[in-house]
Design a protein. Structure first.
Length: 629
């Protein structure tokens, strides 16, 4: 019988080709593994070569109609995977160009081919049909019997002699779990006011599991993006890069708390383990600790002595103190000035109810430091932040969060670099999954000029919190201080793909573009920063006018004028330094020194101060803060 033929449409670009019939991507003829969503995104882009494909069009074509909240992250993840496979970059694209605030465009030349696919169909002769079926059945029965006998013989050998420990291997999971994400516990209390409790229990579970050290535990920031969102576990696993996922529910009714958690293998969506815990509210911490311990046993079977000690000795906490603490965590995690105020109130309430509550002291210290970075004068809260961090460590020396907070105080306000590094390293030792520990230590190392170490730590923080714009923006700052500007821009752009309104990423880009001499781009980013900060439109317009009339110096003078009103002295000095006005720059730096500005650490490596490096006054100031010889 002659072969039948079908055709396949092939779109070719560079060394790649997309087979539209088989829906597969190939590189130099070899199939490339790529998930369904990025593959569909590629197909849509190739259907419109050279044209902008809007985000709305991609949402309509690739994501289901009821997908909205998770679309931004889904699109970012799909584009990241697609670019990774193509060896492409958003900064210097060869294939896919990002069109800011609009969408994407496929920019490489493409060609279309129609390829015939021969399909050989062979049937037995009509007279041989009966014999064919009879022999096929006989072969099938023989193969089954042989398989059963062979399998039985193999099992006898294995379990009799335990060949190479195979008996133990068969008893345990064949795929090790090296990374895990705890998805937000669902609030079943039917009371929106109890959301803080569900979120707080999620945080506690993440924190406890993170102390394992042997398993990467994804940070709260990334997992909270999946709150109230139903996505396939396999997709969540891919987006977070984890082997397993913990999901569950929490229900509080009067005096009782019930938590149900389950461990799921991400790639296969296979349930590995599930358990329900029911306790009185006063025992909620013990409940959470027991759940974490059971999950750890399921993952690694044998606990170390330190882990057994940690999960067997849970200090009882006053129920009202615990409730206030959970509310404090809930508001502190929002990371803005108003909510830091509310968090501080709740942490103080928790301490008033239980004066030996280490976690409440640690939370209070973190919230106080957060207030400083959102504009509260440091002298008003620094002393209390120090006291509360030290008090937390006094009560619980194993508090990684408290050691990390104390590291920040030693670095930014005490300028005690050795003590700061000691605290950061201790925090990471106690909790290798502490994102803030790796992130803060990375920035410390970058400020000190130890860039190779800094970038390694920044990468660890990103691995632990892959969907956080804040983590990627800090990574951008580390790279900028190292003067790896192209990579720094890439990190900030990634942060803005996660959150287009993340003001700090735009702010970093202003400094990077100024350092590169890309003045137009610097002005554009500064306008975005001003808009997001709520600057009146007239003031924003004056920025553009100043640049058009006076060039970069006109722009910098406008920046000086605005930062003198409300900016830190170091920030004002950096603008004067860029203008070449050394006396004014030194005046503001001396003022910042007297006020013990936390930004003084920028002096050592920030390129904005390069004009001052030959000035003896500047070198003496750097020496005084312990960053120069």
């Amino acid at each position: 019988m002659p072969p039948s033929a079908s055709t396949s449409n092939i779109v070719q670009f560079g060394v790649f080709e997309l087979d539209l019939q088989r829906v597969e991507l190939r590189k130099q003829g070899v199939k490339v593994k790529l998930q369904e969503q990025p593959l569909t995104v590629l197909r849509v882009l190739l259907e419109n070569p050279g044209q902008i494909v809007s985000r709305d069009e991609l949402r309509r074509r690739v994501w289901s109609a009821n997908t909205f909240v998770e679309f931004d992250q889904g699109l970012y993840s799909a584009m990241a995977r697609l670019r990774d496979v193509l060896g492409d970059s958003s900064d210097s694209p060869r294939f896919i160009e990002t069109v800011a605030r609009r969408g994407y465009r496929f920019i490489a030349p493409i060609s279309m081919h129609v390829v015939p696919i021969p399909v050989e169909i062979t049937r037995p002769a009509e007279d041989d049909q009966h014999d064919f079926r009879r022999h096929s059945l006989r072969r099938w029965i023989s193969s089954v019997l042989a398989g059963l006998l062979g399998g039985a013989l193999l099992l006898v050998i294995v379990f009799t002699f335990d060949v190479a420990g195979v008996r133990e291997w068969l008893r345990t999971r064949t795929t090790p779990i090296r990374s895990i994400a705890v998805l937000p516990l669902e609030n079943l209390s039917r009371d929106p006011e109890q959301e803080y409790f569900a979120d707080g229990m999620t945080d506690e579970l993440i924190t406890t599991l993170a102390q394992m050290g042997t398993v990467r535990v994804v940070s709260r920031t990334s997992v909270m993006r999946y709150k109230k969102i139903s996505e396939p576990i396999a997709q969540v696993g891919r987006e977070l890069g984890v082997d397993a996922v913990v999901e569950g529910t929490v229900e509080r009714s009067g005096n009782r708390v019930r938590i149900r958690v389950q461990l799921i293998q991400a790639a296969t969506d296979r349930h590995l383990w599930a358990q329900t815990y029911d306790r009185e509210f006063k025992d909620a911490l013990a409940l959470e600790s027991e759940a974490a311990g059971d999950i750890v046993r399921e993952i690694q079977s044998d606990l170390t002595p330190a882990q057994k000690q940690r999960w067997s000795t849970v200090r009882k906490v006053d129920p009202e103190a615990y409730e206030a603490y959970l509310k404090g965590i809930y508001f502190s995690n929002k990371r803005n000035a108003a909510d830091f105020d509310r968090a501080i109130g709740y942490f103080n309430q928790a301490i008033a109810e239980d004066s030996q509550y280490a976690a409440a002291y640690s939370g209070l210290s973190d919230a106080l430091l957060g207030e400083i970075f959102t504009g509260t004068p440091a002298e008003k809260v620094r002393e209390k932040a120090t006291f509360t961090a030290q008090k937390a460590i006094e009560i619980d020396p194993s508090s990684a969060e408290a050691h990390n907070s104390l590291g920040g105080i030693r670095e930014f306000w005490d300028w005690d670099w050795a003590a700061a590094e000691k605290e950061y390293l201790r925090a990471i030792e106690l909790n290798p999954n502490l994102v803030a520990g790796h992130q803060d230590y990375a920035l410390f190392l970058a400020f000190q000029g130890r860039f190779e170490q800094a970038i390694a730590e920044a990468q660890r923080s990103q691995d632990l919190d892959p969907l956080s714009p804040f983590v990627r923006t800090t990574f951008c700052l580390d790279l900028g201080l190292a003067r790896r500007y192209a990579e720094a821009i890439g990190k900030c752009r990634q942060a803005l793909e996660l959150d287009p309104n993340f003001r700090h990423a735009h702010g970093n880009l202003v400094s990077i573009y100024l350092a590169m001499g890309k003045n137009e781009q610097a002005v554009e980013e500064y306008e975005k920063v001003a808009t997001l900060a709520g600057t009146p439109p007239a003031e924003i317009a004056s920025i553009r006018v100043a640049f058009e009339q006076g060039g970069i110096k006109g722009f910098l003078r406008q920046m000086v004028e605005q930062s003198e009103k409300e900016g830190d002295g170091v920030e004002v000095a950096s603008r004067y330094a860029l203008l070449g006005e050394k006396d004014q720059a030194m005046f503001w730096l001396e003022k910042a020194y007297r006020q013990r500005s936390p930004m003084m650490e920028f002096l050592k490596e920030n390129s904005e101060f390069d004009n001052l490096r030959s000035d003896p006054r500047f070198r003496e100031l750097v020496r005084r803060i312990g960053l120069g010889t």
